[in-house]
Write a protein that binds this ligand. Structure first.
Ligand SMILES: NC(=O)CC[C@H](N)C(=O)O
Length: 265
């Protein structure tokens, strides 16, 4: 089969960063999507830096970085609860500090948690609420539509308010839950960043797919933007043609954020 799709990127060419930004991606035992996240960072022209969860010098490592992605997968095999062990990694302690704790900070380290990364962020109390089993108790894997509810976060500036995007969703513990007061606070402060559109795939309260911390520098979501970054490999948005690249805007957004802070990018 031949295709005229313009495939961007080249897996074999060494990276020449186009921007001064250095963005780390954390790997835990059992992480699955770190390579895709690293590639997404590279496609924006930033330098992608692999981070190890048990780095004894994690604070010093982070000091040389402009942002961090906590990718998806099954860190520590999802034992006890997804993310429950990973939160104790030295790298997570350093990330919590650099991000400004649970409230975050406007100039704090931008952190994006994707799926298992979102689970790790809630377990670390950097984001409120918890992830529990999907309400139907099945693993789910599909392209999912989301509405962008807040473009005023470190990872969503390049979207338009109310924009509908399509990115893959694949998890078993994707049901976002929190008490009513926490949900009301999230809504009232505009911290619901993404909502499921069309159907609620897992029973998440108020159709919530992703949230931010109060300062907007930490964002977590269940669907996977790093799997929707290249024509030919992402969601099927044109009846059999895999043209979905909505996920790339997460990774360009953080460069926009860094530039607006006057830093690298
Ligand atoms: N895709 C993922 O990151 C999977 C997340 C998680 N371990 C779950 O299955 O719910």
């Amino acid at each position: 089969m031949t295709t005229d799709l313009p495939l961007i990127g080249d897996y074999s060419t060494p990276q020449t960063p186009l921007s001064g930004a250095r963005i780390g991606v954390v790997t835990f035992p059992g992480t699955l999507d770190d390579v895709d996240a690293l590639r997404a960072v590279r496609l924006t022209g930033a330098e992608a830096v692999s981070l190890w969860h048990a780095d004894d010098d994690a604070a010093a490592t982070l000091a040389g970085l402009d942002a961090v992605v906590i990718p998806g997968g099954f860190s520590y095999g999802d034992y006890l609860r997804a993310g429950a062990i990973s939160r104790f990694a030295p790298m997570m302690t350093a990330i919590a500090e650099a991000a400004g704790g649970p409230e975050g900070s406007a100039d704090g380290l931008p952190v994006l948690g994707i799926c298992n990364g979102f689970q790790i962020l809630t377990e670390s109390h950097l984001l409120p609420g918890s992830m529990i089993k999907n309400d139907h108790l099945h693993f789910i894997c599909r392209d999912q539509q989301l509405r962008v509810e807040n473009t005023d976060t470190a990872w969503t500036r390049d979207f338009e308010q109310g924009q509908t995007i399509t990115v893959p969703l694949k998890n078993q513990d994707g049901q976002y839950v929190a008490d009513e007061a926490t949900l009301d606070r999230l809504e009232g402060e505009g911290r619901v960043v993404f909502r499921y559109v069309g159907w609620n795939p897992n029973g998440s309260r108020r159709d919530i797919a992703g949230i931010a911390n109060p300062a907007g520098n930490v964002v977590g979501l269940m669907p996977h933007p790093e799997h929707a970054i290249e024509v030919g490999f992402g969601p099927d948005t044109e009846h059999g043609v895999r043209t979905g690249t909505d996920g790339l805007s997460f990774f360009t957004s953080v460069l926009t954020t860094l530039a607006s802070r006057g830093g690298a990018a």
